[in-house]
Write a protein that binds this ligand. Structure first.
Ligand code: FES
Ligand code: FES
Length: 152
């Protein structure tokens, strides 16, 4: 076991981790942050996307020990005192979700995209989100949601 210090949603956690433990399971099972979903476990679907030092990462591709000293933001960390983040609002208003399983991953990937490119074109949005899969929406309303959040 290794001692690891990780800051998640602004709160520092000291954890004893098996070096093989994936970050997504550290978040879900040790910290109870079950908004980060597991869709595939093989880095294909993006349901597990979180921010690591501001960059979106698929947390099933990151070992917990690799997050030593990092700042992680999960979907639970986006709202501010009960007020949804603008990207969350946009997904709700534009019907960018149906079952919602993929949604935390899309929202986190969108937050990362808009931090790097505040006014992306539709092509840039589709390219940026191609690592996130949705079985329900057909993607159209997801793109509309990202455009709405960007004020395009
Ligand atoms: S669970 Fe991580 S990419 Fe699918
Ligand atoms: S809303 Fe169901 S998988 Fe995307």
């Amino acid at each position: 076991m290794r001692h690891v210090s990780i800051t998640v949603n602004g709160e520092e956690h000291g954890l004893e981790l098996d070096p093989r433990e994936l970050l997504v399971y550290v978040l879900r099972e040790r910290l109870g942050l079950t908004g980060t979903n597991v869709g595939c476990d093989t880095s294909s679907c993006g349901a597990c996307t979180v921010l690591m030092d501001g960059q979106s990462v698929k947390s099933c591709t990151v070992l917990g020990v690799q997050a030593e000293g990092a700042e992680i933001t999960t979907i639970e960390g986006l709202a501010d005192n009960g007020t949804l983040h603008a990207v969350q609002e946009a997904f709700a208003e534009q019907h960018g979700l149906q079952c919602g399983y993929c949604t935390p991953g899309f929202v986190m990937a969108t937050v990362s995209l808009l931090a790097e490119n505040p006014h992306p074109s539709e092509e840039e949005i589709r390219h940026a989100l191609e690592g996130n899969l949705c079985r329900c929406t057909g993607y159209h309303n997801i793109v509309r949601a990202v455009e709405a959040a960007a004020g395009v």
